[in-house]
Design a protein around this ligand. Structure first.
Ligand SMILES: [Zn+2]
Length: 491
């Protein structure tokens, strides 16, 4: 099939000088090149990446040729090249635009080609697009693509919580992109985002029992406006669906989970980078040696990690362990002896270089406090609000634990800007066991209100309550109800 596509597309006479409408083949061709060693597959991937957005615009020309009709639509179609990221050559791009899944799949393909070809222009564009997405257009859950119309990016800092699109596949595509950037430039900023997307928006895409799925991952839900109550929210489902007409997300989650090993580690020369603290056993080839790492991890609930090295004969290499952005303090022991971290951290990874022998163990303890997350001041949907996070998990409030009208809740702040302590409790019987967060909060009372919609003679009054937060990935496993990630904060 790939050979056929290579025959059909290209700049030679008789070929179509164009590219795909939905980027994805770019990644697949690089995988095929790595598997077969056949350079023509890499060349074809590079052709598609580089041809994109060149003038005259292929998508416009092709639509013209087809009389502005499409197999999918009977009427006249319109083409916005930016929706397909075909509005300019990829190395000139610096903003996330258009269909979100297409965008991040394209970025992953660009990073793949940049790695294989050493093309600096492509690499620089990847860095710019990474910053554009993760600094200006990403939810705290790792969701991207905030606009339902076109399943697309909107504009910088426009991250509505209740009408969010945040497709599961888009977060998976962001993980693909992050993993490829880690191979080009091992920096923890990519792994931090990879972990954020994995533990939050991607895991939320599947029900606890694995039988129903979210395509759309909102950060705030009011069930009465979904299901036709307000058609702006027609895409938002308050509970997971069994299947979809276009069922891209469920198998994408399955594929990601089944290939998770590819995301836990990467190897550059003689350094093994540990990006995710996920238990498992992996073999690596370092020089002439096979190195086996067995990892045990207490994440996401506690920050205890233990890695054991298995070797036939002693060999020197570097183990680089990620220090996650959510952990303010880390302790390291090698073979039971504490080691100072100072001076050993580069780009967010603690590097341990030594001659390793069979049975060596590393113990890492990552402090895991409850974090009070705030948004950039220009994210108007989160202004005056706070979200709780512990370790890689972002938390949310559900009606099941906190009653309805979650928008009337206030989280108090203590003196000097420090927040009230939040209690972390293990709940064995809740959805397979999880750590909840409990904190004092205030609820707006409605008792003194009458029939009127508006009043000028009213002073809001609040009653104390205990707010209970569950991990975002677990929401909507107990029937239909309100949910919110961001909560108003008392000033
Ligand atoms: Zn999808």
């Amino acid at each position: 099939m790939a050979d056929h596509i290579a025959e059909v597309f290209g700049d030679e006479p008789g070929q179509i000088a164009g590219y795909d409408g939905h980027q994805e083949i770019e990644l697949a061709l690089v995988k095929l090149y790595r598997t077969t060693g056949e350079k023509r597959y890499l060349d074809l991937s590079r052709y598609f990446v580089e041809k994109r957005g060149q003038e005259p615009n292929f998508l416009i020309a092709e639509s013209e040729k087809r009389g502005w009709t499409s197999y999918w639509h009977s009427g006249k179609i319109e083409i916005d090249p930016a929706y397909f990221q075909a509005h300019k050559p990829v190395w000139e791009m610096d903003t996330a635009v258009g269909h979100a899944v297409r965008m991040v799949y394209m970025c992953a393909g660009m990073a793949d080609v940049a790695r294989e070809s050493g093309d600096r222009r492509l690499y620089d564009a990847c860095e710019r697009l990474w910053a554009a997405i993760t600094n200006r257009q990403m939810y705290v859950t790792g969701g991207i693509g905030s606009m339902a119309i076109g399943e697309a990016f909107s504009v910088n800092y426009d991250l509505p919580n209740d009408s969010a699109y945040s497709e599961t596949c888009a977060s998976i595509g962001l993980i693909f992109f992050a993993q490829r950037m880690l191979q080009l430039n091992p920096h923890s900023k990519y792994a931090d985002v990879m972990e954020r997307a994995l533990y939050n928006s991607v895991l939320a895409g599947m029900a606890k029992d694995g039988r129903s799925f979210f395509y759309v991952n909102p950060l705030e839900v009011h069930p009465h406006v979904c299901n036709g109550g307000n058609h702006v929210f027609d895409h938002v489902k308050p509970v997971r669906q069994e299947w979809f007409g276009c069922a891209c997300c469920p198998p994408n989650v399955a594929r990601l989970i089944a290939s998770l090993g590819d995301y836990v580690y990467t190897v550059n020369d003689s350094t093994i980078f540990t990006h995710l603290y996920v238990g498992g056993q992996t073999d690596f080839t370092i020089g002439d040696h096979t190195v086996t790492l067995s990892q045990q991890s207490a994440l996401p609930w506690e920050g205890e990690v233990r890695v054991q090295v298995q070797l036939q004969e002693s060999t020197t290499f570097t183990l680089a362990m990620r220090l996650p952005s959510w952990s303010p303090n880390a302790k390291l022991k090698v073979n039971g002896k504490e080691r100072s971290i100072a001076g050993k951290v580069k780009d967010g990874y603690m590097r341990i270089e030594k001659e390793w022998t069979d049975g060596d163990t590393i113990e890492l303890t990552l402090e895991m406090p409850v974090l009070h997350m705030h948004s950039h001041p220009l994210v108007r949907a989160d202004s005056g609000k706070v979200a709780l996070q512990r370790g890689p998990l972002v938390y949310c409030l559900e009606e099941a634990d906190n009653g309805a009208n979650l928008s009337g809740l206030l989280l108090p702040r203590g003196a000097h800007g420090s927040s009230e302590p939040v209690k972390v409790t293990w709940k064995e019987n809740l959805l397979g066991g999880m750590k909840l967060l409990e904190t004092e909060a205030l609820r707006l009372t409605e008792e003194s209100w009458g029939e009127e919609l508006y009043r000028s003679d009213y002073t809001p009054s609040y009653e104390p309550m205990k707010a209970i937060f569950i991990p975002y990935y677990a929401w909507a496993n107990r029937g239909k109800g309100e949910m919110t990630v961001w909560v108003k904060e008392q000033v």
